[in-house]
Design a binder for this molecule. Structure first.
Ligand code: ADP
Ligand code: GLC
Length: 488
């Protein structure tokens, strides 16, 4: 199939979260499986320029209708193989920014314009290059308007779209792209598109809602999350739109995979030592290097817990923060936290790190790759107390590295971690249910006690975690089936 993949971020070019990880690897896997894949994303100059990428072409004449006039943009073409091409949309007014979506804790106030322009440019690129895609695959709210465009008078009957069906992947329903309705003026769509069956939601534009209502197929990034978002608790008010979509057989859950080459402790060149499930001696070397990097006492016997996360409400790290001092006071544990986001959480964590320098270390900000890899590989446990988690990638990265996850039972965490309570023979981690500091702390203490008092069980868990199959090969076929079904 000919797939046009629209995303606002992708590794190794620009990343704020797991969407970038998925967009960096799934298109590549689909290309390897015989499809023709084009990835369309913004040229974030301040992230991408310094990479000096070997562009194969530059197209200067991309005319993008915007409001009542046309704008001129460019495309940088990066051909990675015969079947995989990245197209970067260059338009500095919108994408030459120091961060992708926000600054100083505030969303850019022209985000509606930025991503309307992005989606319109995606459609115009398909026309200009005559790409004739079979699948227009939009990811999250930033790209969702492309699904609306595909069904609109503007594009529906244009030749490059004759055989095209749209897919919307919901990586996170907490972010919907909600903007004042005045922004309709930039879309080129008439006010008849501003209604509940399309872009309107509570008198605002809601891009994700528009995508859900118009895409030929919609999927969420795990099976459990696809069920959860049908309920008011997890649907962030879009559960009625999703139930409508599900009732017509258009909603699926497809678990993410991970890049098992990047996350392979047996070969990872970013680690000071490599290791396998059979020979874990290299993991001990990584632990020591991690403790050294974070200025923690280099002790092999102390349980070391890590977390790498956006400090967002979703991630439940406020729950971790509430109970952390109790653990620091009463237990011989070490903790490492890498993250940024909520300013009050950042300062609380910094305060605790200063107060307990031998037990708690933080990196506030975005850690470079070698530090993330060392953290995933060197820790004993990885903590994810998410309120909700569409899929979550870190628990899979950590399992690959024999670092047992401690997770809340929600979304993709529930689908990927086998709790020790349920089955000693296949357990890969520790799962808790109540979103309270007590439940999390009890689970942390329980995990440490298994390591200390039941080393054979602990070892078995590490082996299961390291050998579990989280590859895209296991799950990419589900995307192919969804693409085919969209054509039925
Ligand atoms: P989400 O996309 O909701 O943030 P995921 O678990 O899917 O959650 O993916 C998060 C990705 O971002 C992971 O690759 C994680 O390691 C990375 N990440 C998040 N915060 C940081 C940070 N401060 N430093 C380095 N990597 C981070
Ligand atoms: C989102 C979700 C995360 C998921 C990622 C990739 O950012 O919050 O759970 O793993 O997208 O799909």
């Amino acid at each position: 199939m000919n797939i046009f993949w629209v995303t606002s971020e992708a590794i190794p070019y620009a990343k704020t979260g797991g969407l970038a990880d998925v967009s960096g690897i799934l298109p590549k896997k689909l290309a390897e499986r015989g499809h023709q894949v084009t990835v369309f994303m913004p040229y974030y100059r301040q992230f991408i320029e310094s990479k000096n990428l070997p562009y194969t072409d530059r197209i200067d004449q991309l005319t993008v209708p915007f409001g009542d006039h046309n704008e001129l943009a460019s495309l940088r073409v990066l051909k990675l193989s015969d079947s995989l091409t990245f197209l970067f949309l260059e338009y500095d007014r919108f994408y030459d920014r120091p961060r992708l979506y926000d600054w100083d804790g505030k969303e850019y106030d022209d985000n509606a314009e930025r991503f309307i322009f992005f989606c319109r440019a995606a459609m115009e690129t398909i026309m200009l290059l005559n790409l004739n895609p079979d699948v227009l695959h939009a990811n999250d709210w930033h790209a969702a308007l492309a699904c609306v465009y595909l069904k609109s008078d503007l594009y529906r009957e244009r030749k490059p779209f004759w055989n095209c069906r749209s897919i919307l992947t919901i990586h996170n329903i907490g972010y919907q792209g909600i903007f004042p309705k005045e922004n309709m003026q930039w879309t080129g769509l008439g006010w008849d598109y501003f209604n509940y069956t399309c872009l309107e939601y509570h008198d605002c534009i809601n891009f994700l809602h528009g995508g859900i209502m118009t895409a030929d197929m919609v999927n969420a990034v795990s099976e459990t999350y696809a069920q959860e978002i049908l309920t008011p608790e997890f649907g962030f008010t879009l559960d009625p739109s999703l139930r409508h979509c599900a009732a017509r057989g258009k909603l699926r859950g497809i678990l993410n995979g991970i890049d098992t080459e990047e996350w392979n402790p047996a070969k990872d060149a970013l680690l000071p030592a490599n290791f396998t499930a059979k020979d874990l001696s290299g993991k001990a070397v990584c632990k020591q290097a991690l403790q050294a990097h974070f200025n923690l006492p280099q002790r092999a016997e102390v349980p070391l817990f890590a977390t790498i996360s956006r400090l967002a409400y979703q991630k439940g790290l406020d729950i971790f923060a509430s109970g952390l001092e109790y653990l620091l006071r009463n237990f011989d544990f070490q903790f490492i936290l890498i993250g940024s986001g909520d300013f009050s959480l950042e300062s609380h964590f910094k305060y605790l790190a200063t107060k307990y320098p031998d037990k708690f270390a933080v990196h506030i900000g975005y850690a470079p790759n070698p530090v993330s890899h060392l953290t995933e590989a060197g820790a004993d446990f990885f903590i994810m107390p998410s309120r909700y988690e569409p899929c979550g990638l870190n628990q899979m990265y950590s399992m690959r590295c024999g670092t047992l996850p401690i997770v809340r039972h929600t979304g993709g965490l529930a689908d990927t971690v086998v709790n020790l309570d349920n089955n000693e023979e296949s357990a890969t981690g520790f799962v808790f249910y109540d979103l309270t500091p007590e439940a999390l702390n009890n689970t942390i203490v329980w995990a440490a006690s298994i390591r200390q008092d039941a080393p054979a069980v602990f070892k078995k868990m590490i082996k299961h975690a390291m050998t579990a199959d989280f590859s895209w090969d296991r799950t990419a076929g589900n995307y192919e089936r969804m693409y085919q079904d969209a054509h039925q």
